[in-house]
Design a protein around this ligand. Structure first.
Ligand SMILES: Nc1ncnc2c1ncn2[C@@H]1O[C@H](COP(=O)(O)OP(=O)(O)OP(=O)(O)O)[C@@H](O)[C@H]1O
Ligand SMILES: [Mg+2]
Length: 375
């Protein structure tokens, strides 16, 4: 395999200029594990680090003492030399509520929070989780309490979802949702919200029949209340976006050595370049490594076949088959990585081997951290 640049994880963790690391990638590849392992390693190297996780596997969350969603960082490990690891699990609904509380006066906030439309909106539409992760990142960074914030990204259909989330939320709030409620012909130019309020009189008759008077009233209250805080959403989304482009941010794309995940990693690398967001490198996780000197798949399979045809040494034949299978898997994984390296020869890469068990405690995270730093 063509040799990629080695990714120097410790250099990134130790650089005081690194303030944010974002772990992104396709679903299930090891984003949360990587983020937690990096946070732990940073803490053990003397930094005050916080890991913002989204949906950690239950056993991992428990091992880190993250048993409830309380939306504030909890101390996990404190070192004698000053390093600390904090972690928090994102509570999407709570984060949304906090934004409303921070940006609307108390009466307005109360109106929005208790509105049935808010309650379904805040947890249901696509992209909320991604958006809230970015929002929380902005909050943590502004607090300036941390040397290093390691961000895990949500299990999305696509690794790109979280980059699109702020934009999507904005579009949703001033676009589709509103058009759905107003006469389509009137949507041009003016504030959609004001238009909606004005439009209510006209359409109230028809809609009231359809939805009932209380629903219309709720909807109207919700939309006019949201109008008051809406400006802030866009603005903060833009700030967070700039934060992601800043030199203190390092994106790590995590992938499994499989076709779909590697392809998605490729897209992500290209997208980050387009958005001028700083890519630190690629983590290929759960790699099956084989020693270069090992018996080849072909010879191993041939030997197994020979033994089987003679009806001898059944167990030896089975072991040879198993070995051939592993060698084939390793070869396939290495081909998938080769495609990536050929397409992106300058992207630094580190491989993390597949553990025999899942990663569910600090010892396991420490081991992943060592592998991450071993390129
Ligand atoms: N190198 C590894 N060896 C063995 N198991 C691993 C390794 N890395 C991660 N795992 C396990 O794989 C599972 C998925 O990992 P993780 O939760 O970190 O993925 P994720 O990308 O965050 O997934 P999601 O997209 O669902 O959030 C977990 O059970 C984890 O313990
Ligand atoms: Mg995860």
């Amino acid at each position: 395999m063509k040799k990629p640049e080695p990714l120097d994880v410790d250099a990134i963790l130790d650089d005081p200029g690194t303030r944010i690391i974002v772990c992104c990638g396709a679903g299930g590849v090891g984003k949360t594990t990587t983020a937690a392992a990096l946070g732990l390693r940073a803490a053990e190297r003397g930094r005050r680090a916080v890991v913002l996780t989204v949906d950690p596997a239950r056993r991992l969350a428990q091992s880190m003492g993250l048993t409830e969603l309380d939306n504030t960082p909890r101390l996990i490990v404190r070192h004698d030399d000053g390093g600390e690891l904090f972690a928090m699990m994102l509570d999407m609904k709570r984060t949304f509520d906090e934004i409303i509380e921070a940006h609307a006066d108390p009466e307005r906030a109360r109106q929005i929070l208790s509105n049935p439309f808010y309650q379904s909106l805040s947890s249901s539409f696509a992209g909320t989780q991604e958006y809230m992760a970015m929002e929380k990142l902005g909050q943590l960074r502004r607090s300036d309490e941390w040397d290093l914030i390691v961000v895990d990204t949500p299990p999305s259909r696509s690794a790109l979802d979280f980059l699109d989330a702020p934009e999507r939320l904005g579009r949703f709030l001033d676009g589709r949702f509103i058009r759905l409620l107003t006469a389509p012909a009137k949507a041009g130019g003016r504030s959609a919200f004001r238009l909606l309020n004005a439009g209510f009189g006209l359409m109230a008759g028809a809609l009231t029949k359809l939805l009932g008077a209380q629903v219309i009233k709720d909807l109207q209250t919700f939309v006019s209340a949201l109008d008051a805080v809406f400006g802030g959403f866009r603005q903060r989304a833009e700030l967070t976006y700039k934060l992601l482009q800043a030199p203190g941010t390092a994106f790590l794309v995590v992938a499994a050595p499989e076709r779909d995940a590697m392809r998605e990693a490729s897209y992500f690398v290209e997208r980050l370049a387009e958005e001028r967001m700083p890519l630190a490198g690629l983590v290929v996780n759960r790699v099956h490594l084989t020693p270069a000197s090992a018996l080849s798949a072909a010879r191993s399979a041939a030997a197994a076949e020979e033994l089987e045809s003679r009806g001898e040494h059944e167990l030896t034949a089975a072991v040879l088959r198993l070995h051939a299978g592993r060698m084939q898997l390793a070869a396939r994984q290495s081909r998938e990585q080769e495609h990536f390296v050929t397409a992106h020869p300058t992207v630094p890469v580190v491989q993390v081997r597949a553990m025999s068990d899942d990663v569910h405690d600090l010892a396991g995270l420490r081991q992943i951290g060592e592998l991450l730093a071993s390129a």
